[in-house]
Ligand binder design. Structure first.
Ligand code: HEM
Length: 501
């Protein structure tokens, strides 16, 4: 009897000790997300480099798919695998779907009055609903298709001219010109031509804006003195200039809209101006001219660079992979014979083209770290605790190169999507070019349509050759810094007309 008692007591003690040890181990694990060592004050800021998504990818190869960094005094977590991204963007989305207020975004978005940089609140919900109904809906995309047809025809005409002279064209510029015209006309009801800006100045303005929004500003991370660093480095001055130049452009768009509106009924810009006139209260504040301009900024910047950048990357990868170029062109040409325009309806039949675009997004997601999120209420990923106020960066660029998910990740191989149900709608966490969860891109359909429609026609109407003296190996995939990552060097290709329609 005494033996049984002693045995039971011993068992209880052992169970108690085991439970305490387990609890301690869990607490220890919760406290220490793997993290590269940093310096006092700046923490890990110096490790970000010019292209943070690439530096963070290299670090995550060493420290793992969930990694903690101290950027100055800001706790930051990066997620670099589909599994950790899924936990943040799906399982705990509601706990981390606000945005941190960062200097670059704040300056260019009239103090976070747009959708992208707005915190998660009623204002954001109402704006997102308004924009979804008025411009991102499938119905509106169908309604504005004639405008897209017209703009693509103009693009084909201008490339035909270069083709007749056998001169190389700058694909970055052509693609941007197409998306600017489509977005200005379909969303704002005005044409871009005739604004104060030449195409060249506009391209520079847009690039600068993205660089400013994507720049890691010292004032965001180093309290009290950070702004002095930004002032000395010239970042503050550049940001202010960029905001001022863009402001002048939006004012002009609003004036032009009043003069040359294309439709009778109230359009999107009219709705915004009406809200301003009525001094409507959205969220907690009055809707003013600054709100109108912040929203124009969002549509313009979020819409044009992402789509144009994708098209340029598609063309760069095709120029580097002639086998894929031939195959995608054969698909379009064999299916449709002689055509003036490959229409929106035709695109559904172009399965290989869709795979080429997906493969491009895998390797070149336009926003490689999505937009930063901030934790509102603590939660756990892989057993690690992530505290409130931590910034989260989902490294979709790294996820696209994860050898645990993708075979031969560095190879451009659209066929990998054959018989695969991975899509870009935010549920396949291996491929997130539009992000996921509540903050996912609301214009995924519009963006996809612009890219597929533009690409189908450019590939149908023209063969694309490298300029004299260049070989396939010379086509680089170097990246330019910024919130969206574009090709650093111009992509120059010589078009040759396929058929004389
Ligand atoms: C190929 C085209 C596009 C790509 C790849 C793309 C990608 C993205 C990404 C990655 C985000 C951030 C998502 C996140 O943080 O989880 C985003 C947000 C956003 N995008 Fe797009 N986008 C594209 C086209 C467009 C277009 C055409 C528009 C508008 C005309 C647009 C408007 C927005 C807006 C307003 C947001 C902010 C959403 C929010 O914070 O609630 N995008 N986009």
């Amino acid at each position: 009897m005494a033996n049984v008692l002693i045995l039971s007591l011993l068992s209880l003690i052992i169970i108690f000790l085991l439970l305490t040890a387990l609890k301690r181990a869990k607490r220890r694990q919760l406290q220490s997300i793997p993290s590269p060592p940093g310096f006092p004050i700046i923490g890990n800021l110096h490790q970000l480099g010019e292209l943070p998504h690439q530096s963070l990818w290299k670090l995550s190869n060493k420290y793992g798919p969930i990694m903690f960094l101290k950027l100055g005094n800001v706790p930051t977590v990066t997620l670099s695998s589909s599994e950790t991204a899924k936990q943040a963007l799906r399982d705990h989305d509601l706990l981390c779907c606000t945005r941190p207020s960062l200097a670059g975004g704040r300056e260019l978005s009239y103090n976070n009055r747009d959708i992208s940089f707005s915190p998660y609140n009623d204002y954001w919900k109402e704006l997102r609903k308004l924009c979804t109904q008025e411009i991102f809906s499938a119905k509106n995309i169908q309604l504005t298709q004639p405008i897209k047809d017209e703009e693509v025809k103009k693009l084909i005409d201008s490339i035909t001219e270069s083709a007749s002279q056998k001169t190389p064209i700058n694909l970055n510029e052509k693609c941007l010109a197409l998306t600017v015209s489509i977005v200005c006309r379909t969303a704002f009801g005005v044409s871009f031509e005739g604004t104060v800006l030449s195409n060249d100045r506009f391209n520079k303005l847009i690039r600068e804006a993205f660089e400013m929004m994507g720049s890691f500003s010292a004032s965001d991370y180093i309290p009290y003195v950070g702004w002095i660093i930004d002032w000395f480095t010239g970042l503050q001055g550049r940001r202010e200039k960029s905001a001022k130049d863009l402001d002048a452009f939006y004012e002009q768009i609003i004036d032009k809209h009043k003069e040359e509106k294309e439709v009778e009924n109230e359009d999107f810009v009219d709705s915004l101006l009406r809200l301003e006139k009525e001094e409507a209260v959205i969220g907690n504040g009055k809707f003013t001219r600054n709100n109108v301009k912040a929203i124009l900024m969002d549509i313009l910047l979020a819409g044009i660079e992402t789509s144009a950048g994708t098209m340029t990357w598609v063309m760069a990868e095709l120029a580097r992979n002639p086998r894929v170029m031939r195959k995608v062109q054969s698909e379009i040409r064999n299916r449709f014979g002689k055509r003036e325009l490959i229409s929106l309806e035709d695109i559904d039949q172009l399965h290989y083209l869709k795979m080429v675009i997906k493969e491009t997004w895998r390797l070149h997601p336009p926003a490689p770290l999505l937009l930063p999120r901030e934790v509102m209420s603590e939660f756990e990923i892989n057993g690690y605790k992530i505290e409130a106020k931590t910034q989260i960066h989902v490294n979709v660029w790294a996820i696209g190169r994860d050898p645990d998910t993708w075979k031969d990740p560095e190879e451009f191989l659209p066929e990998r999507f054959l018989d695969s149900n991975i899509d870009t709608k935010g549920q396949s966490f291996e491929l997130l070019p539009f992000g996921g969860g509540r903050r996912m891109c609301p214009a995924m359909y519009l963006g996809t349509v612009m890219v597929e429609f533009g690409m189908a026609n450019m590939l149908y109407h023209f063969d694309w050759k490298l300029p004299e003296g260049m070989v396939v190996e010379d086509v680089d995939v170097d990246e330019a810094p910024g919130l969206t990552v574009n090709k650093k060097n111009d992509l120059l290709l010589v078009p040759a007309k396929y058929l004389d329609n």
